[in-house]
Unconditional design. Structure first.
Length: 323
């Protein structure tokens, strides 16, 4: 498995799940880069944190005020950029045939109206791969604001809790210590693995997302009884425009798989993995995947068994922070 990614596997992938190896090394690498940036920012923006000023000095207090204001500005900027991305339109229009396929699929999963009334969910997921002991991971997702915030918590054999939180413009990774900052992952790709209907509903609400049908000729050898739709979605914090490829059953309308963009930690590159939905379960008046197989870019596969969901309108904001 490549070391160029953080294996926090859905928490087994770089986004949603807790992968099994490589977390510490890659997280430390990004942590070091973050500290280098912070030192640069301290000297350039504040000009006093490296001068040996005592904590009770007036200059130190002034620096603290400027630091706090800078953090507020960064958070405000992320909010503003996301607001623009969610409402910005594109000159390219979605294919009506593709939209019909998406509508049919949403109907099969309980209907767009039902999914619009749901803003968040939690569930417990068993994650396994060949030769590795299965891990239990707590998934928390909140998409009621128009983008997905996610949290994945897993406890290792030594009792240490590992946490990955995906926010609007970055991720936080912690394994028994202070959190490390990691690059942003596309929120739709994170959400689609466990909640394909929620991901499609968000996409339809974003003016920067476009759907196109893919012909059998373009696919080469498509699976019988399926139809494929490509999705391109603006994401101001991702390496490129997020490109997802959905495949649906023509008989049931349910998605059978989705190809997802994954950010590589090195060189800001993008790779792709495929989530195959092998089984769905009724969750009240909606349907959601209960078994998912994730095919990684390396060729390895990871199995997810998702337990019953607890749906709600939103989750507490404290869910997406690390003390």
């Amino acid at each position: 498995m490549s070391r160029s990614r953080l294996f926090l596997g859905r928490l087994v992938s770089t986004r949603a799940h807790l992968r099994f190896t490589g977390c510490a090394q890659n997280a430390v690498q990004w942590s070091c880069r973050s500290r280098i940036f912070q030192r640069t920012a301290n000297s350039v923006l504040f000009g006093c944190l490296s001068q040996g000023v005592h904590p009770n000095s007036t200059e130190s207090k002034v620096c603290a005020v400027f630091a706090a204001l800078a953090l507020v500005a960064l958070l405000f900027t992320a909010d503003r950029i996301w607001a623009q991305a969610l409402t910005s339109s594109t000159s390219v229009q979605s294919d009506p045939t593709a939209l019909a396929v998406i509508t049919k699929s949403l109907t099969a999963m309980g209907g767009e109206a039902n999914w619009q009334s749901i803003g968040a969910a939690t569930t417990v997921v068993s994650v396994s791969r060949p030769g590795v002991t299965a891990r239990i991971i707590q998934w928390s997702d909140d998409w009621h604001l128009g983008y997905d915030l996610s949290r994945r918590d897993s406890q290792g054999a030594n009792g240490q809790t590992t946490t990955m939180i995906s926010l609007k413009d970055h991720r936080l990774y912690a394994a028994g210590g202070s959190p490390h900052t990691l690059p942003h992952e596309n929120d739709l790709a994170v959400l689609a693995v466990g909640y394909p209907a929620a991901a499609l509903t968000l996409s339809l609400q974003r003016s920067g997302c476009v759907f196109h049908s893919v012909s059998a000729y373009d696919l080469g050898h498509p699976a019988a009884g399926t139809e494929t739709v490509e999705e391109d979605c603006n994401d101001p914090f991702f390496a490129t425009t997020a490109h997802l490829v959905w495949t649906f059953s023509t008989s049931t309308g349910l998605p059978t798989q989705v190809r997802l963009p994954v950010r590589l930690l090195l060189h800001n590159g993008v790779a792709y993995e495929t989530a195959q939905f092998t089984q769905f379960a009724n969750e009240g008046n909606v349907q959601a995947p209960s078994e998912v197989t994730l095919a990684l870019p390396s060729g390895q596969t990871i199995e997810f068994q998702l337990g019953p969901r607890s749906f709600t309108s939103s989750l507490p904001t404290s869910t997406f922070s690390i003390p």
